[in-house]
Ligand binder design. Sequence first.
Ligand code: PMP
Length: 455
Amino acid sequence: MSNALRDADIRYVLHPYTNLAAHEEKGPMIAVRGEGVKVFDTAGKEYIEGMAGLWCASLGFSEPRLREAALRQMDALPFFHQFGHKSHAPGIELAERLIGMAPDGLTKVFFANSGSEANDTVVKIVRYMNNILGRPQKKKIIARERAYHGVTVAAASLTGLPVNHRAFDLPIEGVVRTGCPHHYRYARPGESEDAFATRLADELEAQILAEGPETVAAFIAEPVQGAGGVIIPPATYFDKIQAVLKKYDILMVADEVICGFGRTGNAWGSQTYNIRPDILTCAKALSSAYLPISAVLVSDAVYQAVKKGSAEIGSFGHGYTYSAHPVAAAVALETLKIYEERDLFAHTRAVSPTFVTHLMRYADHPLVGNARGIGLVGALELVADKATKESFPPAAAVAARLVELAQEEGLILRSLAGDIVSFCPPLIITDAELDEMFTRFDRAMERLTAQLGIG
Ligand code: PMP
């Protein structure tokens, strides 16, 4: 069975985010079943899912209440929508619950199906708003190096990674790129975290002045940058950045697609980093990834401009067939109830020290330039030379090799550009499971170290 599936995969599937030529040789790992923080492949081999899928399956892979919520909604009303004065209970109750838990000042929810669609919606709302407010020149959006905001045309343009631009004729116009707050990589020798944050804020201000503040509409940021390398900002970074944005009437957009719903130990990364967003996007853990759904939360000022435009034009001409899909919304609503009933964000804070301590064991390892983690998201950044921070040649694919070895040991991780190995287990993980996860990782690391002839 598994060989036939493997062959059909190679024959028919155009895989996302994959070296397709290599895939024809290697073939897929095919998952068939999930249980708690684990998944099982066609051969029955068990893996700890150290990435919660794609930073998303916070409740693990077998939560019965989500299955039941989907079934109930399937039976009651499998589809309806929110276009043109229509609505349905799961979409309404989910919006109410999101606003109830959101950072202060966010008052309305627009639903979409993915993080990319949510961030694309942000680009469109920012344009719409400023056209309606009679300042059509105020449209540029500032995004950071190594940002990840998705892959649709506008969202990929906000993303700051070469792999998402090269050969795609991206980015589109109107995106201004600013610095990435990765102290380990980009601070000057001897520069403190605080001085580094000050410099980034000063550079941002200089860029805004060079562009013309009247042309800059918004700044978008992940509280912790995920796919760009699990980059944890210096403590004062967002305070300093937000002071600059405020001065020039620039919207703060928090992309909480990874950080939202407890990942950093609080409901929102915005709480962890004192971010006061005018717009917030979320997805992934919103439904524990059991069904696709995302949301854009906006402030009253943004909403009022959109409302004015919709009245002038006759309609807010934006929405997806599956915006607030009732089954996805019902599953998301159940997910948020579970987070609250089980106090899962407090659980994340409780197990986080075990997680971070395991990562920090590697801080002195000869292959590890930097170890970092917050809540239940972290990374090890591999280097050829610890003292100079020199990287391995990309062709050596050292992080990818480590991830392959970990997979052989029964642990799924992910390698990111820059030889970074990321960790983002389901939030339900226990201390004992974290210990087991790192036991498997230790074995992978020992094998890699032996292969490279180090230590
Ligand atoms: N924003 C962030 C911060 C993300 O991590 C991701 C996905 N990894 C996205 C947006 C895009 O989400 P999607 O893949 O659902 O379009």
